[in-house]
Design a protein around this ligand. Sequence first.
Ligand SMILES: Nc1ncnc2c1ncn2[C@@H]1O[C@H](COP(=O)(O)OP(=O)(O)OP(=O)(O)O)[C@@H](O)[C@H]1O
Length: 244
Amino acid sequence: MLIAENLQKTYRRHAVEVPVLTRLNLEVRTGEFLSIIGASGSGKSTLLHLLGTLDEPDGGRVLLDGKRIDNLPSRARDRLRNETFGYIFQFYHLLPELTALDNVLMPAYISNSTLGWWRNRARLRHRAEELLEKMGLGHRLKHRPRELSGGEMQRTAIARALLMRPRVLLADEPTGNLDAKAGGEIVHLLRQINREEKVTIVMVTHNTEIVSETDRVVRMAGGMMIEEAPPQPRGPFHPRLAAV
Ligand SMILES: Nc1ncnc2c1ncn2[C@@H]1O[C@H](COP(=O)(O)OP(=O)(O)OP(=O)(O)O)[C@@H](O)[C@H]1O
């Protein structure tokens, strides 16, 4: 459904060129939960930004259901960002002065005209509350981010990403700022969302433990995808450990 074709990206600053993607190809399949791993600086976040139209490639194309999305005019691109993609970041990017509920409603405030928001406000509010409840935060609707734990902030951010019923969730190191337990819970939730809401998920991570929850793992190096391996089984049931 989402295809990166010969993607190229070079950052330029003060006459210094940093080539990040050289000729990157990737196909994300409908409904899958895909992990992207790779060394720091290998271009994982850059790729995620290009897939989600947050940045433009220097060469190559990004296709969604066969249609190019890397060169859309700004209104169409804004709409795609708001309605088709949901974004999850390592540091949550919640607005500190808003409650959890208002943070989740943010995409609706941004996307609707005043009239559209007014007409749909009850439905949207209901959806936001339902999502926060699903994230185990039904008792935190009126809390502000500083009153939430890291895991709770990330779960709020996931609810926000789901508000507009996106088809694709793009998660950039969603567990990078969390301890193992909270991180595990986040990946578990993402897996549940992937199955129940039929959302395709692309997750960038350094955490090789959590990739076992995902359907497929690709590795970036040298500006390309170099490897595709099935996730390793986890826990005490790993055959090698079980044999000991
Ligand atoms: N806006 C920018 N301007 C200049 N260079 C950049 C910019 N963004 C990223 N880079 C450089 O591009 C390279 C790839 O960065 P990117 O963040 O995509 O890698 P990454 O694999 O996600 O790294 P990490 O795992 O550390 O987050 C790095 O060398 C980085 O310094």
